[in-house]
Ligand binder design. Structure first.
Ligand code: BG6
Length: 506
């Protein structure tokens, strides 16, 4: 890729600009997500001229009593994130923002919202209405039901084509996810429900399929005969911050594995889709997740390492133990770290161990995928201990890129072999759970492209596996290793690979 192409991609990743007006209704418009992700993402989309001149971003909430107050608050939070808010961009964005004071417990407010929609559609034909749930998850179903009850979905439309966007978590186990899904699908058509997993908005996650499938050297080797093992890791250095209440129930299993980790796993291991439509890709991901949901958990319990961080001193800083964090019971047994090994029982992958690891309060925040190729087959160099395996690394963050290790002859040496690494890498264009992850997702939900969203079937089979896994982990026989905050996690996670003569590649 030449520099010009790269520049264009990063400055304007969506070649297609959005035509036509749309109405984007944000429930939870005054909350953290709106301030930290959604509004900054809209700001960037306006800056890149992706959005039409006129659209409506209707933020609903209770905290502010006027549009001016709301805009001031949004301006302040944008200002605290950007070096400088560009007045031209702000002018366009703020002209398109509306604030609607709404208490979603109050039926009257929904009636007023209906009138607002009716008035708006008299003046302007609305082609595209998107309801975005950025509230606490326990309200998703309730708000959707009110939209139906007060008949807000059809105002200004000939038929109900409104879209619904749902943040994670989608339920807290299979049963609650099914209940929520039944509620939502009674109200919205599945084709209009967008379930967010912000990892799918990350540049290198979107790159997985391109790397795998557009390069014959990888495509032809992507199977059990050629690959020795696969590793996926998302290490975080932050603790649970002020989300203790949510996190102590979720733990790392529901917080990271049910969604981000399993999504990456399915993209890496799925069969090649028939085409690049969201439906075909999802069908392939579901096959993997279904496979996973059939795994006999008893067969992997010796390959699960659970951990929880404890107090540590880092320079002058004292890092609290998990059990001392806000809203965490001091005898909590919740895992903040999990490493595990599993196998997929299918033709492509049987015998290839897949190692997964994620945890909070680890030494360094980084995420990536390592695919290590076989090198123990017979060839003229088999006896040479300097020969190393080919290693493909897909770096997700903080660096984004790809590296490939291969063997070469050391120049001028007497046939000495050295491994070299070819690397395409740069600092992450998208910093962690950043507005940029949301830019692409917002663009795609407006445009009706569901490729970067998870289907109900994906969610269903992910929960099926995670429920079993969680039950197993709750079993007291499964040891909870304590690891010092900001360390590399429990030693047992290294042992897991050492026992197989392997090491982690993070
Ligand atoms: C969220 C989890 O889904 O992902 C958080 O709820 C986690 O606990 C975050 O910190 C990680 O995202 P990122 O983009 O910062 O790696």
């Amino acid at each position: 890729m030449n520099t010009k192409t790269l520049e264009r991609l990063y400055n304007n990743p969506h070649e297609k600009n959005i035509d036509g007006n749309f109405q984007f209704i944000l429930f939870g418009g005054t909350g953290d997500l709106a301030h930290n992700k959604i509004m900054p993402a809209f700001y960037n989309l306006v800056e890149k001229d992706i959005l039409p001149q006129h659209f409506t971003l209707l933020a609903t909430g209770r905290r502010y009593s006027s549009k001016k107050e709301y805009l001031d608050a949004i301006y302040d939070s944008l200002n605290s994130k950007k070096k400088e808010v560009d007045n031209r961009v702000w002018q366009v964005l703020s002209d398109n923002i509306e604030y609607f004071e709404l208490n979603f417990k109050d039926d009257n407010d929904f009636m007023k919202l209906k009138k607002y929609f009716a008035d708006q559609s008299k003046n302007n034909k609305i082609y595209n209405r998107i309801f975005y749930m950025a509230t606490a998850p326990e309200f998703f179903g309730e708000i959707a039901e009110k939209l139906k009850k007060f008949d807000l979905l059809n105002v200004g439309f000939e038929d109900n084509d409104s879209k619904l966007v749902i943040e994670k978590p989608f339920g807290h186990d299979l049963k609650s996810a099914e209940k929520l899904n039944n509620t939502l699908t009674n109200i919205f058509q599945e084709k209009n429900i967008y379930r967010i997993d912000h990892y799918l908005g990350k540049e290198m996650i979107q790159n997985i399929m391109v790397i795998r499938l557009s390069n014959p050297i990888f495509r032809s080797l992507w199977n059990t005969g050629e690959i020795d093992n696969i590793q996926i890791y998302i290490n975080e250095s932050e603790g649970v911050k002020d989300r203790g209440k949510y996190y102590d129930d979720a733990g790392v299993i529901k917080d990271m594995f049910q969604n981000h980790m399993l999504q990456i796993l399915s993209l890496i291991t799925m069969e090649e889709p028939d085409d690049l439509s969201s439906k075909s890709i999802s069908t392939r991901k579901v096959e993997v997740l279904k496979e996973l949901s059939k795994i006999d958990i008893e067969s992997i319990d010796e390959h699960i390492v659970r951990g929880q961080y404890i107090f540590n001193k880092y320079g002058d800083d004292e890092i609290k133990a998990y059990q001392d964090e806000k809203n965490i019971p001091d005898d909590s047994e919740t895992a903040t770290f999990i490493a595990l090994k599993l196998f997929l029982d299918n033709e492509r992958w049987n015998d290839v161990p897949i190692y997964l690891k994620s945890g909070k309060r680890l030494k360094k925040k980084e995420a990536g995928i390592a695919v290590e190729f076989n090198h123990d087959f017979h060839n003229s160099y088999s006896e040479n201990s300097e020969v190393q395996s080919n290693l493909l690394k897909i770096m997700i963050q903080p660096d984004e890129g790809v590296s490939l290790r291969f063997n070469t002859r050391k120049p001028g040496s007497n046939n000495k072999i050295v491994p070299v690494e070819m690397e395409f890498c740069h600092s992450a264009h998208q910093l962690f759970n950043s507005p940029e992850n949301y830019e692409g997702l917002i663009h795609d939900m407006i445009e009706g492209d569901k490729t970067l969203f998870t289907s109900w079937e994906e969610v269903y089979y992910s929960w099926k596996f995670i429920d079993k896994f969680q039950t197993k982990c709750n079993n007291e026989d499964l040891k909870l290793y304590k690891y010092p905050a900001l360390s590399k996690g429990p030693e047992a996670a290294d042992e897991l690979l050492k026992n197989d003569d392997r090491i982690w590649w993070d």
